[in-house]
Design a protein around this ligand. Structure first.
Ligand SMILES: [Zn+2]
Length: 385
């Protein structure tokens, strides 16, 4: 817990809620400020152990058990072993409650040092029985992604990362095991860096996804950013690791009216198109036997047309990403439906292929070899915190 304050990770656990339930196995201090120790005062002590405590937001004020506070933000700090349970899930570190600027609800944020945070990510992102070298590669990629996202976006908001696949999946204590902790501890402080546009060496957004399907994708085509390690590479390693139904996924049908509705809801600028009548590829990466859609052209009943990034199109129709698993597919009109056919791979395909990392580890490649394969021209550096 004695990590420098600037390295603590702020994970958004609950977004815009009016209440939640807390349980702790040790007494807690409720303080008014986390980062500035000089300005920190203890507002109250919670001595209730193993009893559910209701946290509520009533008439503009935060209430914890029977105490009402006038603070806009509060940090609940459990005593050793620094564990709390929120709505049935165990987490390490501290819990921050912040009233949203519009005063209508609160955000609930987990404040946690990098390593315990990563234990909750690596164990959620990979099975703990996978090869130790793959788990270590995952730990380094996740640590790099965490620090990059924190640095790039954290200053402008009250949290650094979401706990979902929108960033990286974080499940707290339930994701931890001895193997996962080994991978995190053996790579402590290690991150990936590359040469930036200004010539300096620094961290980059080390994206990763489940199963690339045979070739990873250039980040420029998916996220719009470009870093030397995020070009696409061929991947012969995921096919034998992933489940066959994830490598080649079955046809998915979406009602055509529903497709228009969802797209217009998410992108109001598409409204003038009317009903979407044509969906075609406006950009794709060809990899020999298959290609990944990168840009989609939409034409509507009014004759007007517009473009979307293929990954944005996919996640608008299927926010879970579990049905339309990737943009490596064909989109065909099928009566009053749109069919997604010949699907291949799972995820956006940028950066490390997680199943590919396991495939490489199985044939004896080490963490460094795995990372330099999927992030070419990157280096492993160590941050001291
Ligand atoms: Zn792959």
């Amino acid at each position: 817990m004695d990590i420098k304050p600037q390295f603590w990770v702020r994970v958004l656990l609950l977004d815009n809620v009016g209440e939640c339930t807390l349980k702790t196995g040790s007494p807690c201090s409720i303080v008014n400020n986390q980062s500035d120790l000089q300005a920190q005062t203890i507002e109250a002590r919670l001595e209730l152990i193993d009893i559910p405590i209701e946290i509520k937001f009533i008439e503009g004020k935060i209430t914890i058990a029977s105490d009402t506070f006038t603070n806009n933000q509060l940090v609940i700090c459990p005593d050793d072993p620094y564990i709390f349970n929120l709505n049935g899930n165990d987490y390490r570190g501290k819990l921050k409650l912040i009233i949203n600027p519009d005063g209508s609800s609160i955000d609930v944020i987990n404040l946690i040092p990098p390593e315990p945070y990563l234990a909750g990510v690596v164990g959620a992102e990979m099975p703990d029985y996978w090869e130790p070298e793959a788990l270590k590669a995952q730990a380094i990629a996740a640590r790099t992604y965490c620090f990059y996202t924190k640095k790039r976006f954290g200053n402008n908001r009250t949290w650094d990362l979401k706990k979902t696949a929108a960033h990286q999946v974080y499940r707290g204590l339930s994701a931890e095991s001895a193997q996962i902790w080994d991978a995190v501890n053996q790579t402590k402080g290690q991150v990936l860096t590359c040469k930036q546009n200004d010539g300096t060496e620094d961290i980059f957004p080390s994206y990763y996804s489940s199963t690339c399907g045979g070739h990873t994708e250039n980040s420029k085509n998916v996220f719009g950013d470009s870093f030397e390690p995020l070009i696409g590479v061929t991947c012969p390693y995921c096919r034998n690791v992933t489940k066959p139904r994830f490598f080649f996924w079955p046809a998915i049908l979406y009602d055509a009216v529903d497709v228009t509705t969802r797209l217009v809801q998410r992108y109001p600028q598409l409204k003038p198109l009317g009903e979407i009548t044509t969906i075609t590829a406006a950009g794709q990466s060809n990899h020999g036997e298959f290609s990944r859609l990168t840009k989609i052209k939409l034409i509507g009943s009014t004759g007007k047309s517009d473009f979307l990034k293929a990954e944005d199109f996919r996640l608008t129709l299927d926010p879970t990403g579990k049905k339309i698993k990737s943009t490596t597919c064909q989109i065909v009109k099928w009566g009053d439906k749109w069919a997604f056919l010949s699907g291949r791979g799972w995820g956006h395909g940028v950066g490390m292929c997680q199943c590919g990392a396991q495939g490489m580890a199985r044939i004896g490649k080490n963490t460094k070899q795995i990372l330099s394969y999927y992030y070419p021209n990157s280096k492993i550096s160590t941050i001291d915190y």
